[in-house]
Ligand binder design. Structure first.
Ligand code: SAM
Ligand code: SF4
Length: 417
């Protein structure tokens, strides 16, 4: 809590915590939305993995049918006030396991396209078992051009420790890479007990040689509500593994596109979090508008109840102060390792230098940021620190919010220090 509090106070210049309130607006303010992303959450899985913190339950066809109807209605409720043909850069389906509703994705995409012109593409997260010729063909014909494959590791022992079975994932990745998708992302987890840097580097190499255009490598996090039999290795090991991976990725000619992602040069990116604003649909989905951040209920029954009453399923809303909004923007820009002062000013309404002159000065002096072509770029030293900070925030903020939200459909208030 010390680190989150210190950083929050420094960036927001205030002692005020982030306060999420149970009160919500039924009509959203869509003024001045730039770089708008769309996200749809599908909360069903074949079985529930021990390590996974996301909002999901075991698949049931009847629930999924009702969920699709509610999702379409939520889209209509949210978008009723939008100007026609609003531009959205991207649409991502995450979960859970979106492919369990593969025959419904076309209708959901179609409904969103009644309100939005999607300029850059549609992405879907896939479990390895979803990567079949028929599914890939269905995704292509629904207009999906990006996939993210949850491989986690190619190493049998690592997979066993997180409760997954070993398979020949290489063939599945190759299959996805030959179906015309612009982006094939592979998710890996590192710092699984017993995993060495060599195993992780071999995983990265195997993902790329099998056809991935991007690899996302997440440090294993032990959420307090997960039931991990094997706990992640310690922070020192995580840091060292990441540092060695960064060097290895550079030797393979890959670009580091964020603190935890590496991509083939010139390839498009699979990235749903680094947007200036986004609208989220479905349980647990989040929405970021100009000065509000809101979260939908994690309860599928609570979601149905609200939608049936023609109300938005928002469970918590945070109204940002201008400084809090600026800190949020900086946090996610730093994850992408780039801070664009023009974009900052467009969203926050004040020059970056005016609000964070001292941080920019000392960041430059200490070798954390360099100015290149008008953009502030984070150095690898800064990225190493960020890697730690992001995990601390995940434990202090996300773990807390999600744990409460899993137990209470509509909490009164949550305070994050
Ligand atoms: C929504 S999840 C899963 C996507 C897909 N359903 C699957 O099972 O492959 C997205 C990604 O988050 C990462 N992830 C999930 N739990 C994690 C944890 N405890 N620590 C680190 N990364 C995690 C995994 O790499 C995963 O692929
Ligand atoms: S990792 Fe994927 S399949 Fe496993 S519970 Fe999480 S979302 Fe479901």
């Amino acid at each position: 809590m010390l680190l989150t509090t210190a950083l929050r106070v420094m960036l927001t210049r205030s002692l005020k915590p982030f306060i999420f309130e149970g009160k919500y607006d039924n009509i959203l303010d869509f003024d001045n939305l730039e770089d708008l992303g769309l996200y749809v959450h599908i909360p069903f899985c074949r079985s529930l993995c021990s390590f996974c913190p996301y909002c999901k339950e075991a698949y049931d066809r009847e629930r999924a049918v009702a969920y699709k109807a509610a999702l379409l209605k939520e889209i209509d409720l949210v978008c009723a006030g939008l100007p026609a043909n609003k531009e959205a850069t991207s649409l991502y389906f995450g979960g859970g396991t979106p492919a369990l509703m593969i025959d419904d994705l076309k209708d959901i995409i179609g409904r969103l396209k009644q309100y939005f012109t999607i300029t850059e593409g549609v992405g879907v997260e896939l479990h390895p078992l979803d990567i079949t010729p028929l599914n890939l063909q269905k995704l292509r014909s629904a207009g999906v051009n990006m996939v993210s494959l949850g491989i986690q590791s190619f190493n049998g022992d690592c997979l066993k420790k997180i409760g997954r079975n070993e398979e020949t994932f290489e063939e599945r990745i190759h299959l996805a890479s030959t179906q015309g998708f612009e982006v094939v992302d592979v998710d890996l987890i590192f710092a699984i007990p017993g995993q060495t840097s060599e195993i992780l580097q071999c995983d990265l190499e195997t993902a790329i040689s099998s056809g991935a255009t991007q690899v996302s490598t997440y440090p294993f996090i032990d959420f307090t509500f997960a039931y991990n039999r094997y706990k992640p290795m310690g922070e020192k090991v995580k840091k060292l593994m990441l540092q060695e991976l960064v060097k290895f990725a550079a030797s393979m000619g890959l670009e580091r596109t964020s603190v935890w992602t590496f991509a083939k040069p010139g390839s498009s990116k699979y990235s749903s979090v680094t947007r200036d604003s986004f609208l989220g649909f479905g349980v647990s989905a989040t929405t970021l508008l100009k000065d509000i951040f809101k979260i939908n209920t994690f309860s599928i029954d609570g979601y149905f109840e609200r939608i049936n009453a023609n109300c938005l399923p928002t469970s918590l809303t945070l109204r940002f102060s201008p400084r809090q909004r600026a800190a949020y923007y900086l946090f996610w820009s730093a994850y992408a390792m780039k801070i664009d002062p023009d974009k900052f000013e467009g969203i926050i309404g004040k020059p970056l230098r005016e609000m964070y002159g001292a941080e920019l000065y000392w960041g430059g002096k200490l070798g954390f940021i360099n100015r290149r072509g008008g953009i502030y770029v984070l150095s690898s030293r800064a990225a190493n620190i960020y890697h730690h900070v992001e995990q601390v925030y995940t434990t202090a903020y996300i773990d807390k919010m999600w744990k409460i939200s899993k137990n209470i459909a509509f909490p009164d208030r949550i305070i994050l220090w």
